[in-house]
Design a protein around this ligand. Structure first.
Ligand SMILES: NC(=O)c1ccc[n+]([C@@H]2O[C@H](COP(=O)([O-])OP(=O)(O)OC[C@H]3O[C@@H](n4cnc5c(N)ncnc54)[C@H](OP(=O)(O)O)[C@@H]3O)[C@@H](O)[C@H]2O)c1
Length: 338
């Protein structure tokens, strides 16, 4: 730390296949329905002053307009645009061939940017449901993953790179079999896959697949999303920040267990994107990735506490009656049939 701020030279960077270097921690910006757009934007502006350079945005978070003003202030006051890494995402009701470019342009306008560093397809399903809806909500036109359809969307994502509107494109909430098809057919390969990753949901197979194919894993819900909406909670969910192994390490280091989750993530090689609007918390998370690393023994111990506990199950994307959320995640290694 330098004067309470973080020595940026120590923040890890992950090199993408293009050679671009992505900051190894980002600030999440999904307010989970209980934090206002203004509060998230204020956190973005302050976090940039403290040393954050990477912000994970999305049109569906309904705050890009406010974040855009914050980013404008950041660039006006103290940073060059090139020092920032800004991600946004295409929402699932905009997979149509005529919608992708328009949707990206809308995010660019809202964020007050001329280009994005990364644009992701938020979910591989085109199934619309209104933000904030209940888990039982289903789109009347809901469809499964249809690779030929997804490729039409992906061709438009590639066009965004050709147009210079985005520097990289990527995926989110993909599975190994879906990624295999995309890697086979893409003209411009995904640079990252954003996926749920925390000590109780380590996804070792997908994590290894992503890395061995030259993609960077970006980890969402890195501290187990304690503030997630009620609709994303079930009785079986576990809490990584209450795990005795995480708590023990936190006590040794004198930090909040959330910080141990962030340290583990960065040290394992994923890019965590913790959300917070609390200055002590987001500064603590950033400081966590530049301070004393976890020991090899601690890293090993955390690898043994995986509970395979997915928190964001995606029920609203199901496409027919009688399904369970597991059908979205291709658990037997093949894309779940129509
Ligand atoms: N691609 C996708 O489909 C997808 C899905 C979900 C999320 N995401 C992205 O991932 C980001 C992170 O996920 P998330 O927000 O669900 O979960 P998260 O980052 O695991 O958890 C955020 C919660 O943890 C608390 N927290 C963070 N740091 C803390 C600390 N040091 N000490 C104590 N509490 C701390 C925050 O509260 P305070 O505000 O009080 O600190 C907040 O309630 C999102 O904001 C979004 O950008 C992407």
């Amino acid at each position: 730390m330098i004067n309470g701020y973080v020595d940026l030279a120590l923040v890890p960077r992950r090199t993408l296949y293009t050679g671009a270097r992505m900051p190894g921690i980002g600030l999440g910006t999904f307010g989970s329905d209980h934090v206002t757009a203004g509060q998230v934007a204020a956190a973005v502006e302050d976090a940039a002053a403290l040393g954050y350079r990477h912000f994970d945005c999305a049109s569906v978070y309904a705050n890009e307009h406010e974040i855009g003003y914050a980013l404008e202030q950041v660039v006006r006051r103290h940073l060059e645009r090139g020092e920032l890494w800004i991600t946004s995402k295409l929402w699932n009701d905009k997979h149509g061939e005529n919608d992708v470019i328009a949707s990206c342009r809308k995010s660019l306008t809202d964020l007050r940017l001329s280009y994005l560093d990364l644009y992701l397809v938020h979910w591989p399903f085109p199934n619309f449901h209104p933000p904030g809806c209940d888990v039982s909500s289903r789109s009347k036109d809901a469809k499964p993953y249809i690779h030929a359809e997804f490729m039409k969307t992906w061709r438009k994502m590639e066009e965004l790179v050709d147009l210079g509107l985005v520097r990289h494109i990527g995926t989110s909430n993909m599975t190994v079999p879906k990624l295999k098809l995309l890697l086979r057919d893409a003209r411009i390969k995904p640079a990252v896959n954003e996926m749920e990753l925390h000590p109780h949901f380590q996804q070792p197979q997908l994590f290894d697949f992503v890395r061995s194919n030259g993609l960077i894993p970006v980890g969402y819900c890195p501290v187990g999303s304690p503030g997630r909406p009620e609709r994303d909670r079930t009785a079986e969910d576990t809490v990584p920040t209450e795990d005795p192994v995480i708590v023990k390490i936190a006590n040794r280091l004198g930090v909040h267990p959330a910080v141990v989750c962030i340290k583990w993530a960065a040290q394992r090689g994923q890019v965590p994107i913790p959300f917070s609007t609390n200055r002590d918390h987001y500064l603590g998370n950033l400081a966590g990735v530049v301070s004393e690393p976890l020991t090899e023994g601690e890293m090993h111990e955390i690898s043994t506490i995986d509970r395979n506990c997915r928190l964001i199950k995606g029920q609203v994307f199901l496409w027919k009656d009688g399904q369970s959320w597991e059908d979205l995640w291709d658990l037997n290694g093949e894309i779940t049939p129509l």
